[in-house]
Design a protein around this ligand. Structure first.
Ligand code: AHR
Length: 362
């Protein structure tokens, strides 16, 4: 299931068998002395225990990523998944990781809320001999050997695809007036925010677009609405493009735009406000088909099977991937831009249909 790139063999020590043998030995020793201390239990099953530290439940996308992990790591597939909801706080995720280490899980899967702040805890996991698989977002650590593999999205490429589409769309309609962008960001310091924001900054500089407002809405719909309201109160007459870093924020922003009397759509010349978004959830694609999201760049949350394959490889002592990028597409109801180029690569823009929406389960 993996591409050929990035194959790497991992050698890791597993603490559990040693701990188990010691426990068995201790239990037997106590028995021999005629004490009443409990003997070590036989392992209840041969399930592989995986501690999963999830960020939270801030968006439909996030719920889909949790489901993907739960389906991939089930008793049926040979796992006991210990799920922890970090409730959008890194301190909760760090606490969960420590608990996983203390309870000697076989593997840890971490979806890191932000890129920094993980060095010490990941080092502890490594010391304890517990391989860590990072999913979705990335970590920025001094020593890459503190984690075993990563699977997730290329957020920078997602952002570049969105911006390349905006550039091509403006060319296709011959729009040459000022582009004034309200930029609603995702959680500050998260890979998804960094990649998508940097792409916009880069294109804005190059294309002469103005980013006239920029604020974090934490990938949450209610905050997307609040942030949009406050941007409208300051720059209501100028904004003609809204760049939201996920669908939840876009849904909130559209609510605010419409409540303020604006028309959301792609005809900027006629005063409509053009919304760009990321994720391509079911609700996001419905808004895309309705023309309220001009472009929705997919962020694929279904990495559970890849994470499971990595752990399965490690269990067998086989080689596995180090970095795995999920396949992603982009959707629009506008037909004038059928593909976009980023660097040497060309990406098709899929025209959204009812069938595509019906097949999207998140
Ligand atoms: O890290 C992926 C991002 O996190 C998704 O775009 C967003 O919906 C989620 O909250």
């Amino acid at each position: 299931m993996y591409g050929e790139i990035g194959l790497k063999r991992y050698f890791f020590k597993k603490k559990k068998p040693v701990a188990l043998m010691l426990a068995l030995f201790t239990g037997l020793a106590f028995c021999a002395c005629g004490t009443t201390v409990k003997t070590a239990k036989e392992p209840e099953t041969s399930l592989v225990t995986v501690g999963f530290s999830q960020i939270g439940a801030e968006s439909d996308w996030r719920l889909a990523s949790t489901s993907s992990m739960q389906s991939a790591f089930s008793v049926t597939t040979g796992y006991r998944l210990v799920y922890d909801d970090g409730q959008q706080k890194q301190e909760n995720q760090l606490k969960a990781m420590r608990e996983f280490i203390d309870s000697e899980v076989d593997y840890i899967v971490l979806d890191p809320i932000t890129e920094t702040g993980w060095d010490a805890t990941l080092s502890e996991a490594k010391e304890a001999g517990i391989p860590v698989i990072i999913v979705d977002r990335q970590v920025s650590v001094e020593d890459d050997s503190v984690y075993t593999a990563w699977v997730g999205s290329d957020f920078s490429l997602e952002g570049k695809r969105a911006c390349a589409w905006l550039k091509a769309y403006l060319n296709s309609v011959g729009y040459t007036e000022a582009i004034n962008i309200a930029h609603i960001q995702g959680t500050a310091g998260s890979s998804a925010q960094i990649g998508r924001s940097n792409a916009l900054t880069e294109y804005a500089e190059h294309e002469g677009w103005n980013i006239i407002a920029q604020e974090d809405a934490d990938f949450v719909q209610a905050k997307g609405r609040e942030v949009m309201e406050s941007m409208l109160s300051e720059h209501g007459d100028e904004i003609n493009v809204v760049y939201c870093e996920n669908d939840s924020e876009a849904l909130g922003a559209i609510e605010a735009l419409e409540a303020s009397g604006k028309t959301v759509g792609s005809n900027i010349a006629a005063g409509e406000v053009l919304v760009i978004s990321f994720d391509a959830t079911n609700e996001g694609l419905k808004q895309t088909l309705a023309g309220k999201i001009a472009l929705d760049v997919e962020c694929n949350p279904n990495y559970g099977t890849v994470a499971e394959q990595i752990i399965s490889d490690l269990e067998k002592g086989s080689s596995t991937v180090h970095d795995y990028y999920m396949e992603e597409s982009q959707f629009s109801a506008i037909k004038s831009v059928s593909s976009v180029s980023v660097g040497a690569n060309t990406y098709n823009v899929t025209v959204v249909t009812d069938e595509i929406i019906a097949s999207r389960n998140y």
